[in-house]
Design a protein around this ligand. Structure first.
Ligand SMILES: NC(=O)c1ccc[n+]([C@@H]2O[C@H](COP(=O)([O-])OP(=O)(O)OC[C@H]3O[C@@H](n4cnc5c(N)ncnc54)[C@H](O)[C@@H]3O)[C@@H](O)[C@H]2O)c1
Ligand SMILES: [Fe+2]
Length: 381
């Protein structure tokens, strides 16, 4: 099968990129937006950085904000009703992965109403029509949902998150403006940044990786490794580089998939409502250690991209250890915990089964059994 790359039609990057939205909306001939965002972003005045631009340009919109972190089926279904009632002809998704993923599901179902149960979208769903056009504005750095063909929804009843993969949901335009991320508190900057690093490392080592996605992932690791500490300290350079680094990671992983750090993070998100970035950051070094034997020389390049010196003189054991240590050090420097208080021994069978069934599991470089996953979860206790 041929390798495939899908990206946005257009993306804007850098300070004041948000202003470009007015030109885009006018050029596309859109009439009215449904702005999908979450209640905190509205309260903290992040959403208004966008709606101010729409208002200044006389562009009509309505807001939909019934979106929680780790968004639910209900968040999506209420959004579909809101879209229909609004008379909007496009969606602006502004927020972290939760707002963008909810917007994608709303856009897909509005164009393909036979999937309105939401659950039937899991995996690669045979939707017939492209999503309602989406302009995506990330406010975390982050999930890169603005440039991925994935979205992740939580099924509260079944206590699981499910991944949907659908080329029809790719936002037509992404606006990646570091100023939209400047209000993130330290902990959120750290955890969402570690999510981006997890995308880059899992995308680089996943079974389907190839030369072009390697290029994206290694560059992303390099940028994130050098800029995440600065972003956590809220420096303008750190914010700007993280906005770019996480996007480049998305250009890669969206096209080749991830691995079990994400399978396990999805499960922790569903069962304990653990923030996605925190869950990824805790799993990443454990999963890197577990996968090492199945990654050839790749950890040498990860260590190099992480800024480790002298990797060409190292033995295989040494550079593998160096890559994992560099990730652990970054994680510790930005304050990520290594233990999950909420985790209970009696939950392990469900957690492991659920992670095993996750869409990201088959892409892992080493085939993981339910027992392996249980052992990895146990390391968080
Ligand atoms: N579609 C994809 O490819 C993809 C990839 C990875 C993760 N995800 C999903 O994305 C979700 C996580 O998204 P996330 O990590 O971006 O966080 P989020 O969207 O869940 O937001 C977390 C919290 O941060 C707040 N926040 C966001 N931006 C802010 C800002 N600039 N200033 C202050 N507060 C801000 C939000 O209001 C919210 O309370 C998970 O559900 C995860 O599974 C999707
Ligand atoms: Fe992620």
């Amino acid at each position: 099968m041929a390798d495939r790359i899908m990206l946005n039609q257009t993306s804007y990057h850098g300070t004041d990129a948000i202003l470009e939205i007015a030109n885009e909306v006018k050029a596309q001939g859109f009439q009215k937006a449904l702005v999908c965002s979450d209640p905190d972003l509205i309260e903290f005045g992040v959403t208004s950085k966008l709606t101010d631009v729409l208002e200044e340009n006389g562009l009509p919109y309505e807001i939909y904000s019934d979106i929680k972190a780790n968004p639910t089926i209900e968040n999506v279904q209420n959004g579909v009703r809101a879209f229909r009632a609004s008379g909007a002809d496009y969606i602006v998704a502004i927020g972290g992965g939760s707002s963008m993923d909810t917007a994608k599901a709303i856009g897909i179902i509005s164009a393909n109403p036979e999937f309105e149960d939401v659950r039937s979208l899991e995996g690669v769903a045979p939707t017939k029509h492209p999503s309602v056009p989406i302009i995506a504005v990330p406010t975390t750095a982050g999930t890169a949902a603005e440039v991925t063909i994935n979205y992740v929804i939580t099924d509260l009843e079944k206590r699981r998150k499910f991944v949907c993969v659908d080329p029809h949901d790719m936002p037509i335009v992404a606006i990646v403006d570091p100023q939209m991320m400047a209000s993130m508190p330290k902990g959120l900057t750290a955890s969402t940044g570690m999510d981006a690093l997890t995308h880059a490392i899992e995308g680089y080592t996943t079974k389907a990786a190839w030369e072009m996605t390697d290029m994206f992932h290694l560059k992303a690791i390099e940028i994130i490794a050098r800029s995440l500490r600065g972003a956590v300290a809220n420096t303008p350079e750190g914010r700007k580089d993280m906005a770019l680094g996480q996007y480049i990671a998305g250009m890669g992983f969206s096209n080749v998939g991830l691995g079990i750090a994400h399978s396990m993070a999805h499960t922790l998100g569903a069962v304990y409502d653990t923030p996605h970035g925190v869950a990824c950051a805790m799993m990443l070094p454990l999963v890197m250690e577990y996968n090492a034997a199945c990654t050839g020389e790749k950890y040498r390049e990860i260590a190099r991209a992480m800024g480790v010196k002298g990797v060409d003189e190292m033995s295989q054991d040494e550079y593998r250890r160096a890559a994992v240590d560099a990730v652990k050090q970054l994680s510790a420097d930005v304050g990520i915990p290594s233990k999950l208080e909420a985790l209970r021994e009696e939950d392990l069978p469900f957690l492991a089964e659920s992670a095993f069934a996750d869409a990201c599991c088959p892409g892992n470089p080493k085939d993981a059994s339910v027992e392996d996953l249980k052992a990895l979860f146990r390391k968080l206790m």
